[in-house]
Design a protein. Structure first.
Length: 157
């Protein structure tokens, strides 16, 4: 059963969206979805979005950077998973590339080494190939690139 839309006016929706965006960086798509939830018409939604951009409540580049840095630092996601997440938020390819390039390469490798070291301590598998397969699967699930993971697993041995 679909929940009923809360129909509110454009000015009230703008006020709600300003606090929604001020609380945390949001993508334009998240803001757009929220405005449609409020029952606004498409032209009102686009007007409100452009007003939020003009008043600097919405900034797609700032969102992409914050998203990439946050997911990398807090959840230790790799570039592939971060890219997928940004694509789901309908961020442009140009901004996705810029956000991924903002992740420091040395920090990226240190993060991967750290998660693989922790995971290796938890794996009880004795056979080296099976053990490496489990480590590889774990790192790929976190969104790291296959060749980078393979290099780091080689260094751990």
């Amino acid at each position: 059963m679909e929940k009923p839309k809360k129909v509110i006016g454009k000015t009230q929706a703008l006020a709600k969206l300003e606090s929604y965006c001020a609380y945390q960086e949001r993508s334009q798509q998240e803001a757009r979805d929220k405005l449609y939830e409020y029952g606004l018409y498409p032209n009102e939604v686009e007007e409100t979005i452009s007003e939020l951009i003009q008043n600097n409540f919405l900034n797609e580049e700032r969102f992409a950077m914050a998203y990439a840095q946050g997911k990398f630092r807090m959840k230790h996601w790799g570039r592939i998973k971060i890219k997928q997440g940004l694509k789901l938020k309908r961020v442009s390819d140009k901004l996705i590339t810029k956000a991924l390039n903002s992740i420091d390469g040395d920090d990226y490798l240190k993060s991967l080494q750290s998660i693989l070291t922790k995971k290796a301590a938890l794996i009880t598998e004795k056979h080296p190939q099976k053990r490496n397969y489990k480590l590889m699967s774990y790192a790929l699930g976190k969104g790291y690139e296959r060749d980078v993971v393979w290099d780091v697993i080689g260094q751990l041995e």
